[in-house]
Ligand binder design. Structure first.
Ligand code: VGL
Ligand code: ZN
Length: 203
């Protein structure tokens, strides 16, 4: 059985959003086309409370892009984004949602960020995605969404570590590329975890 995991296809990550990913909206029609090919479609949503510690605005004198240490983890500070129940936190309006049977909320703990849809950044607290997939007899997971160099990467790596066969659908992901080469670096890192890169045309 195979599942499609949609990572953070929310307004704040789309062009015009608070943490816009270049061409983030280009993946929307591709995702709509692909959804029918899966047994299960799950959406992970970045879902921060106001004042979340990953926001630069939560730290005196800090600005987006600055790096701090948070609970022993290196934390990049972001503009405020995906605040629970705001327009920015909603899934892009053109995504056909009827196939989505499960939503995984992440980043809900005010003190810790969660790039991965499986585990918070401290690697201690799980989101329940692993159990949900295993209960549904899923062995292969296909990942699409935003952003290749953050949430997509960590979701793919944790999925692989949890024992799933992980595939990343190339045309259905986009990266932030805060620094030049970040996307390439992310791809190289994922390759070390046996993650496979496939094209939407291979289905
Ligand atoms: C993300 C930074 C902060 C992502 C989420 O979806 O990749 N990046 N929160
Ligand atoms: Zn976030």
């Amino acid at each position: 059985m195979k599942a499609l995991i949609l990572v953070d296809i929310q307004n704040d990550f789309m062009p015009g959003g608070n943490l816009a990913v270049p061409e983030g909206d280009k993946i929307v029609p591709i995702i709509n086309e692909l959804m029918d090919k899966f047994d299960l479609v799950i959406a992970a949503m970045d879902w921060h409370p106001r004042g979340h510690k990953s926001f630069a605005s939560s730290h005196y004198g800090k600005k987006p892009g600055d790096v701090i240490e948070l609970n022993g983890c290196r934390q990049i500070l972001w503009p405020e984004h995906c605040i629970q129940n705001t327009i920015g936190s909603q899934i892009h309006n053109d995504i056909v949602t009827k196939k989505i049977t499960k939503i995984i909320y992440k980043g809900t703990n005010i003190n810790i960020d969660s790039y991965s849809a499986f585990l918070e950044n401290d690697k201690k607290h799980t989101t329940g995605l692993d159990i949900y997939l295993k209960n549904n007899r899923i062995r292969d997971i296909y990942i699409a969404g935003l952003a290749t160099d953050y949430c997509v990467k960590y979701t793919a790596i944790d999925g692989s570590e949890a024992g799933f066969n992980v595939f990343l659908i190339k045309e259905a992901c986009r990266g932030v590329e805060l620094n030049n080469g970040d996307i390439t670096k992310a791809v190289n890192e994922m390759s070390k975890y046996d993650i496979k890169f496939i094209s939407k045309n291979e289905f």
